[in-house]
Design a protein around this ligand. Sequence first.
Ligand SMILES: [Zn+2]
Length: 69
Amino acid sequence: MQLTSPKCPFCGSTRTCPIFYGYPSDIEWHLEAVAKGQIIGREYSISDSDPAWHCHECSNEWGISNETS
Ligand SMILES: [Zn+2]
């Protein structure tokens, strides 16, 4: 799976990754990607407008995630 992450709007870093909510269908890929810092894994969403992206540089989180699964 190819992931393309946008620049952080706060610090401009490209060390960003998508935030995944819920339990993925491919748990092995998910855990490996989390371990590599390619994605952030969250077990559940915390609000109706959860951020979709995370910045490793400044911990900024932005965007809106529409993942509800
Ligand atoms: Zn940042």
